[in-house]
Design a protein around this ligand. Structure first.
Ligand code: SF4
Length: 138
């Protein structure tokens, strides 16, 4: 069974479908073994979350302050603070981008520290490909 999200014009497979569709038989064996051991996986948690909230899927749920969460829809065209649909959606997008940049910035910092450590000889980590390092520095 697939979960359909008309808000996103998308669908996602359930656990059973993921196991049918995966080209790697080891994945099925691993997931079955984990199930026998009573270990929950992301597939179980994703199934347990269905159906996902339509407000959240549409970007119409705002949780930027403790007056919310506010859901923008026909019953309430504005959040408690007065934010309308445009402000809630762009706020969610900007917040998501800021969080994504922060998360990836951390990865970049680790790469930079590793390259510097290798260049200074503090880390036993061979630098392969001088051009790639220069690209990264740029
Ligand atoms: S819409 Fe306004 S009041 Fe509601 S959670 Fe967002 S920022 Fe807070």
């Amino acid at each position: 069974m697939k979960y359909r999200y008309p808000q996103l014009n998308a669908e996602m497979p359930c656990k059973e479908d993921v196991l049918k569709l995966t080209p790697n038989p080891a994945v099925g064996e691993l997931v079955q073994r984990l199930a026998e051991e009573g270990v929950e996986t992301y597939l179980d948690r994703f199934d347990a979350q269905q159906p996902l909230c339509g407000f959240g899927l549409s970007g119409l749920c705002c949780q930027r302050c403790l007056w919310g969460p506010c859901r923008i829809g026909p019953r309430a065209l504005r959040g408690t603070c007065g934010a309308d649909v445009n402000l809630v959606i762009i706020g969610n997008l900007l917040r998501g981008m800021a969080a994504g940049c922060a998360a990836h910035g951390r990865h970049a910092q680790e790469v930079i520290e590793t390259v510097i450590g290798a260049a200074e000889g503090r880390i036993d980590f061979p630098i392969l490909g001088e051009e790639r390092v220069l690209d990264l520095a740029r």
